[in-house]
Design a protein around this ligand. Structure first.
Ligand SMILES: C[S@@+](CC[C@H](N)C(=O)[O-])C[C@H]1O[C@@H](n2cnc3c(N)ncnc32)[C@H](O)[C@@H]1O
Length: 312
């Protein structure tokens, strides 16, 4: 998105126009646009405000009432973590004792909002100028957060004790990317950061191949109301479960169930024979860092496990 379509909205007059717009109604948008232009308002400002009005309406599913106080870009909204899920990401950092988290490729700032909202200092880095402007608006009520426009892999991480990254996984044309090498910021560079900053969390696409998971990761697939949205890799203090794979299943009300297995997260999944349920095995040993409830438990595939569930 062109920064020029965000800039006028950040001025007091543009913001005031945005807050005065009626709830978005696609049937009325054309008429509303010409009525506003008829009052002498600049045509570009009216177009920018109506675009935001439309995006805010679309964003309610991810952000609820908060959407009415936020700005978006179309791509940024599509890629943004829904706030209920961002809160779960942030909770991992807070529980691990992180105090200053870098969000490398912060998009419109959803994960950064959750991190800062839980009291952590946040360095939110975004290379796209319009998206960074939008993130700064969305984070304006949270003095814990600082937005920097630039390359996330070139930023100074002095003082940072946790790193979160949700690298972009689509091409400009909106096609989904599956190869880890195609993510941006580059996943191998992000993974290398854990040598300096062990508390590293990465959000990747749910098509993540088990063979691509580093042996020291806890990989957790996450679904909301039946849609599998992401696969997160948690390292160091962010992974108290220890290396392994799990699925966090959230229902529409946000209640979570965890289905998990400890062990080598890159190990192949045992396939069920057609017409039979997957056989479970006790052959994998949970690492000593895994909670007692995991040790000696039956190992099941993250995709098929149904033997162990716990509320979160
Ligand atoms: C999937 S989005 C992040 C969404 C964010 N977690 C949220 O919930 O709003 C990834 C972002 O990373 C940005 N990005 C990609 N490569 C980058 C780089 N090298 N430096 C900074 N930002 C980058 C993209 O512009 C995009 O906005």
């Amino acid at each position: 998105m062109d920064p020029a379509s965000i800039r006028p909205l950040v001025d007091p007059a543009g913001w005031a126009l945005l807050t005065q717009l009626p709830p978005y109604d696609p049937e009325q948008a054309l008429a509303l646009g010409s009525a506003l232009r008829g009052t002498g308002l600049d045509a570009d400002l009216v177009a920018a405000a109506l675009t935001q009005s439309r995006l805010r309406a679309r964003a309610v599913g991810k952000f609820g009432d908060l959407a009415a106080d936020m700005l978006f870009t179309p791509d940024g909204l599509e890629q943004a973590t829904r706030l209920s899920v961002a809160a779960r990401h942030a909770h991992r950092f807070r529980t691990a004792g992180a105090t200053h988290v870098a969000d490398l490729g912060c998009g419109i700032g959803s994960d950064a909002m959750a991190l800062a909202g839980m009291g952590m200092q946040v360095l939110a880095v975004e290379r796209d100028e319009a998206t960074a402007m939008v993130a700064a608006v969305n984070l304006r009520q949270l003095p814990e957060a600082r937005v920097v426009t630039g390359d996330a892999l070139a930023v100074d991480l002095t003082g940072v004790d946790g790193v979160w990254a949700d690298p972009a996984r689509r091409t400009g044309a909106g096609r989904r990317l599956h190869a880890l090498a195609d993510y941006s910021p580059a996943v191998d560079r992000l993974l290398a950061l854990r040598e300096r900053i062990p508390s590293l969390g990465l959000k990747l696409g749910p098509g993540l191949a088990h063979a691509d998971i580093p042996g020291d990761a806890h990989a957790q697939w996450l679904s909301v109301a039946g849609d599998v949205l992401e696969a997160d890799l948690w390292f160091g203090p962010l992974a108290p479960e220890g290396p392994g794979r799990s699925a966090l299943v959230l229902d529409a009300a946000g209640t979570g169930h965890v289905l998990g297995e400890a062990g080598d997260p890159s190990a192949p999944v045992e396939q069920a024979e057609a017409g039979r349920s997957a056989r479970t095995s006790t052959s994998r040993t949970a690492p000593s860092s895994a909670p007692a409830s995991w040790r000696g438990s039956r190992a099941t595939s993250a995709a098929t496990c149904s033997t162990r569930a716990s509320r979160t």
